[in-house]
Unconditional design. Structure first.
Length: 339
């Protein structure tokens, strides 16, 4: 039987703008449920550059992307939002009672009078290396996300990539896996300097097998991955036994199924009315980098503003029989507003 979740606002995208929308909705006593294809909240901030400093968040001269997500999660804790993670929002249908039903890729149904599309640059799909038979080994040893580190406990793991995600997971899994190899096509890495330093230290101590100037070019196995073929710039081709291959080359943003929902789209972004960031479909709003309008700036702080105004408008749709009373949090605080 399909799982059914009812709420006031379904938020598609658990990035910083989607998370802040939970806070603004909570101040108005509206409950939110978030859907994200990634296995954790935070969007690209957590998936691509969790240790990257951000300088344009008001009140923070500098804040790491991961810390911003952590603070946003703490801020919305009193409002007890729900999460459907690791599932993609696939279909949206209008119900007989006027509410929307958003069905995920796993069949979970989310019912609410209002939808916020806060998908950042869209659905993130992994950038796959050009290996001929890689699709065959997906879920048979090839993993594009590290959803549960314990999944790799006492196994041989090969990670490919040179950015923050590859470095961070190589460091973390070096204490989990039986053997951890990191393959990168260059000797220089794109990640944070402290992460690069840690990887080099772990390689020196034998905790990580570091293979640079090389690429994984082939996969072997009968029904399940058992080895990868590595092409080295000077040493030529060789085979490395492994249980799992984790290519971490970043994510490609795509609008995904949202493109088929009847929303007005311009160059891959959803057109909105800047009065309240509503779309051409009543009851559906678009906030953050996924929307477009004259003068649009793709900044997190702009998304926060959009989420605030969208929540004020959404209240009238979610609670048509109630009067909206705007009050400053400096006067009311958030005590007593927990949902």
């Amino acid at each position: 039987m399909d799982k059914i979740i009812e709420t006031d606002i379904v938020i598609i995208g658990a990035g910083p703008v989607g998370l802040f929308a939970v806070f603004e909705a909570g101040l108005l006593k509206m409950r939110c449920h978030l859907i994200d294809v990634l296995p954790h909240p935070g969007g690209q901030l957590m998936e691509i550059y969790p240790k990257k400093p951000i300088y344009d968040i008001p009140g923070y001269p500098s804040v790491l992307a991961g810390d911003l997500v952590k603070n946003l999660m703490e801020q919305i804790l009193p409002f007890n939002p729900g999460f459907t993670l690791g599932e993609r929002a696939e279909n949206v249908e209008k119900q007989a009672d006027g509410r929307w039903c958003v069905t995920s890729s796993q069949g979970t149904k989310h019912i609410a009078p209002v939808i916020f599309v806060a998908g950042g640059l869209g659905c993130f799909e992994p950038r796959k290396p050009p290996i001929a038979n890689i699709e065959y080994f997906e879920d048979k040893g090839v993993e594009y996300f590290v959803r549960n580190p314990e999944f790799f406990k006492n196994r041989n793991v090969v990670i490919a990539g040179g950015g923050d995600s590859a470095l961070d997971w190589a460091i973390y899994l070096s204490d989990v896996a039986h053997e951890l190899s990191l393959v990168h096509r260059r000797t220089e890495f794109r990640g944070a300097p402290d992460s690069v330093e840690k990887v080099l230290e772990l390689a020196k101590s034998g905790k990580i097998k570091l293979i640079t100037n090389a690429q994984v070019v082939g996969l072997n196995g009968n029904g399940k991955l058992d080895s990868v073929v590595i092409q080295h710039d000077t040493d030529g081709e060789f085979t490395l036994n492994t249980d799992y291959f984790v290519p971490l080359f970043g994510l490609t943003p795509k609008l995904g199924p949202i493109a088929d929902w009847g929303l007005a789209v311009d160059k891959g972004a959803i057109e909105v009315n800047t009065l309240d960031y509503s779309t051409n479909v009543p009851g559906i709003y678009a906030i953050g980098d996924i929307n477009t309008y004259p003068g649009k700036l793709k900044l997190i702080l702009c998304g926060f503003h959009e989420a605030t105004l969208a929540c004020q408008s959404a209240f009238k749709m979610a609670r048509p029989d109630q009067k909206l009373s705007f009050k400053y949090t400096t006067v009311t605080g958030i005590e007593g507003l927990s949902l």
